[in-house]
Ligand binder design. Structure first.
Ligand code: HEM
Length: 346
């Protein structure tokens, strides 16, 4: 029995000043995509065993400290960056779609800051004390129109999603090239990879607000060679080996929009670094730890990330993020309901 979507999930307003524009029929399309994904989950998984529709395979969820830099410029010191302090965080590293790490795939990094005061945008838990930043291994997303996303999910079903994604007639040539690049990504260690938000976010509120994108890079240039005898879970093993031996640091950067041609709506529009530099605003310290326990792996399954688990100072922008407001909330509710998990933000 599909869950009701519309009752308690209002569609997002748009900010025309920052360049947002609504697509025709967009809220209805968001609901249709969410319902289509719900259908796949209910068909594919037995109750008690539902996984995420995207990024189902975690390499691990790890404890981290998100240390906001002391010397960031005032115009970037907004939201969680205003206090110039440290936050405890959970970080879930994942594949895009596949269960075998040896295959080319997008790679995800979902960060959840804890003990962040202030009312949040998500209506279901406005008093949650979390702030999420969701990134993956491409500077751009491969879909710009809501009807193309719906066409992909309804024509193919999740099982064939990625093979369909590389077909030019559904995504257009540009989208297909982005998808092909993303899906051929092979890495040796989730801590030695660069991640982007791909889509933009507001920074600040009121007349000083601006649009930014995010990027996380490893602090060290060292990239381990691919293990010769790697198995389907070698990325979990690599994460475990690094975190057994002294931990890792990564750098979180903001990229303020500098040109009108840098679109807030078009998820395929890359904001070139030569036009819009990134500024370092935080260091992510991931200490030495043991994360690969049954309890923590279950936590990696149950936890839910959303761009809308956010302060108004970090409001998600653009059509992809507006769709995600409905889709992530609905799909994670379905997942938790199927698994009889009563989820609340940590
Ligand atoms: C309309 C576009 C998109 C749709 C429909 C979509 C759909 C989804 C869904 C259904 C989930 C699982 C949610 C859950 O069960 O809790 C998910 C997770 C995720 N998505 Fe997206 N997504 C979209 C765009 C993006 C973009 C642009 C990024 C780039 C950063 C992204 C990165 C991720 C990551 C990293 C996760 C895993 C989060 C975790 O670890 O739990 N997605 N997505």
């Amino acid at each position: 029995m599909p869950m009701n979507i519309d009752a308690d999930l209002p569609y997002s307003d748009i900010d025309e000043t920052l360049g947002e524009r609504l697509w025709p029929n967009e809220p209805a399309l968001a609901g249709e995509i969410a319902r289509a994904i719900e259908g796949f989950l209910r068909t594919k998984y037995q109750p008690g065993h539902a996984r995420r529709d995207a990024h189902p395979k975690a390499h691990g969820i790890v404890k981290a400290e998100f240390r906001v830099s002391a010397d960031i410029p005032d115009e970037l010191a907004k939201g969680v960056f205003a206090a110039r302090k440290s936050y405890e965080a959970w970080i879930r590293f994942s594949n895009g779609l596949l269960d075998d790490d040896r295959d080319g795939d997008g790679r995800g990094m979902a960060i959840k800051l804890l003990n962040v005061p202030g009312q949040k945008l998500v209506e279901s838990e406005p008093n949650a004390t979390t702030q999420d930043f969701i990134l993956f291994s491409s500077p751009v997303f491969f879909i710009d129109k809501p009807q193309n996303y719906l066409a992909l999910v309804t024509e193919t079903g999740s099982a064939n999603f990625w093979s369909k994604v590389s077909e030019a007639f559904t995504l257009g040539v540009k989208g297909s090239l982005i998808a092909a690049k993303l899906n051929s990504n092979i890495i040796s260690n989730p801590l030695q990879t660069t991640y982007w938000s791909a889509v933009p976010y507001q920074l600040g509120i009121g007349s000083e607000r601006q649009a930014v994108k995010y990027k996380v890079t490893p602090t060290s240039d060292v990239i381990d060679p691919l293990p010769a005898d790697r198995g389907p879970d070698y990325l979990r093993a690599a994460l475990g080996a690094t975190l057994a031996n002294g931990g890792a640091t990564m750098t979180f950067r903001l990229q303020p929009r500098t040109l009108d041609t840098q679109s807030v709506e078009d998820s395929m529009n890359e904001w070139k670094e030569q036009d819009a530099p990134f500024y370092e605003v935080a260091t992510i310290h991931i200490p030495s730890q043991t994360f690969d326990t049954p309890e923590q792996n279950q936590f990696a399954e149950d936890i839910a990330f959303s761009p809308w688990h956010a302060l108004p100072e970090h409001r998600p922008l653009g059509v992809t993020n507006r769709l995600r407001k409905i889709i992530y909330e609905h799909v994670s509710r379905v997942r938790h309901e199927m698994n009889a998990v009563e989820y609340t933000e940590p």
